[in-house]
Write a protein that binds this ligand. Structure first.
Ligand code: FAD
Length: 386
């Protein structure tokens, strides 16, 4: 097993880091404070291929592996957690349309999404269908060559600023098998957006409800067959969970770097606090946690890349572990800054606010444990995980 990076991976990381260093990190605090969604910078990222990292080259994506993509997302999140995380959602939507849409549907949308002309949102959650997403009630009723979409989605990242929605809606009976997925023009007649939610973190991207009132969606905009939507939504989320996890790791890395510099500069009781063994031990744990989190994500990403039947379980383990550890690292980095960590003159309070939601979305960390333990408790359930 070789843990060293290829020359190509090193180059991808460097390009992403340069972009994060120049375009994201210097602006992250302002965008957070002003709740500003920097669409123009996201479009700039498209020029480097960052909006279609693992989208097929058939549709002008880079066609990278999930592992390579994760390395890039990590660097972007080092610069701005909120924007990098939005880019991961866009990437997921782009990939889903390329993977499951007909060739003509994919050709219609995906190249424009890859080049940043169109931005995407992923619409699964509803007010009463969060963790239990399969109970969703948004309905798609067939009407000739169209479906009429009616219902309301909640907590949609990017909503109001995006152009293409992948919407999971009910076309059949109750349960997951009655759900289909559709590509919907975000500016269609009958769509209304709620107010931009006031959130704890991820302030540099909007989150809104979207209501659909008999929105006409061509039958050709359905992804796959009727009833396959929930499976696609979950496949999308496997990759999504790797991405959300690695964005947490990128943020933890940034917090660790900030804290390591700070403890060398900050003196109390006549010497730098870095001289205190309790501080050294805290930093040692933070580094260990960051590296552990990163490599658990790399493992899960490589399981997705190799189509391992247990990839979903690895993604759940990696998302749970990496987001919990990264949150802890950022929180400890804040603690090492004392009262200054609590001020927004430093980035730590933003990192903590931003990372909190990584433990909640794309499946809460409790739901990750449901997925993991469900496999473990099957007869011989541990066997395929060796
Ligand atoms: C900022 C933000 C952005 C988001 N972006 C998107 C988006 O772009 N698209 C989208 O579709 N969704 C999005 N979401 C929604 C997100 O995925 C849901 O919030 C999440 O899945 C949890 O659902 P819920 O909020 O309804 O919580 P609930 O499901 O009501 O859960 C409440 C609590 O109960 C626990 N719980 C529930 N069921 C179980 C169980 N079986 N076992 C143990 N514990 C359980 C949960 O872990 C949680 O602690 C976003 C959410 C936020 C906050």
């Amino acid at each position: 097993m070789d843990f060293s990076l290829t020359d190509e991976q090193i180059a991808f990381k460097q390009t992403a880091k340069q972009f994060a260093f120049k375009e994201l990190q210097p602006n992250a605090a302002t965008w957070d404070r002003e709740s500003y969604f920097p669409v123009e910078v996201i479009k700039q990222a498209a020029e480097l291929g960052f909006l279609g990292l693992y989208t097929s080259t058939d549709y002008e994506g880079l066609g990278l592996s999930r592992l390579d993509s994760a390395m890039i997302f990590e660097q972007l999140a080092w610069g701005d957690t909120s924007i990098a995380s939005y880019m991961t959602i866009h990437n997921m939507v782009c990939w889903m349309i390329g993977e499951y849409g007909s060739a003509s549907l994919a050709q219609q949308y995906v190249p424009q999404m890859v080049n940043g002309e169109l931005l995407g949102s992923y619409c699964l959650t509803e007010a009463n269908a969060g963790s239990d997403a399969a109970s969703l009630r948004t309905k798609a009723a067939r009407d000739g060559d169209y479906y009429l979409l009616t219902g309301e989605k909640a907590f949609i990242s990017g909503a109001g600023a995006t152009d293409v929605l992948v919407v999971m809606a009910r076309t059949g009976a109750a349960g997951p098998k009655g759900i289909s997925a559709f590509v919907v023009d975000a500016h269609s007649e009958g769509i209304e957006y709620g107010k931009s939610e006031h959130k704890m973190g991820w302030k540099a991207q909007p989150t809104r409800t979207i209501s659909f009132n008999k929105v006409k969606v061509p039958v050709a905009n359905r992804l796959g067959e009727e009833g396959e939507g929930f499976k696609m939504a979950m496949k999308g989320l496997d990759g999504g969970r790797i991405n959300i996890g690695i964005c947490a790791v990128g943020t933890a890395q940034a917090a660790l770097e900030t804290a390591t510099s700070y403890v060398k500069e900050r003196s109390q009781f006549g010497s730098p606090i870095a001289d205190l063994q309790s501080v050294q031990f805290k930093l040692a744990d933070m580094l260990t946690q960051t590296i552990t989190a990163r490599h658990m994500i790399y493992l899960a990403a490589s399981k997705v890349d190799s189509h391992d039947p247990q990839a979903g379980v690895y993604c759940a383990m990696a998302k749970r572990l990496s987001t919990d550890l990264s949150f802890e690292v950022a929180n400890q980095a804040l603690q090492l800054h004392g009262g200054y960590g609590y001020l927004n003159d430093y980035p730590l309070e933003r990192h903590v606010r931003d990372l909190r939601v990584h433990q909640i979305l794309e499946g809460t960390n409790e739901i990750m444990r449901v997925i993991i333990s469900r496999q473990l408790l099957q007869e011989d359930g541990l066997e395929p995980l060796y």
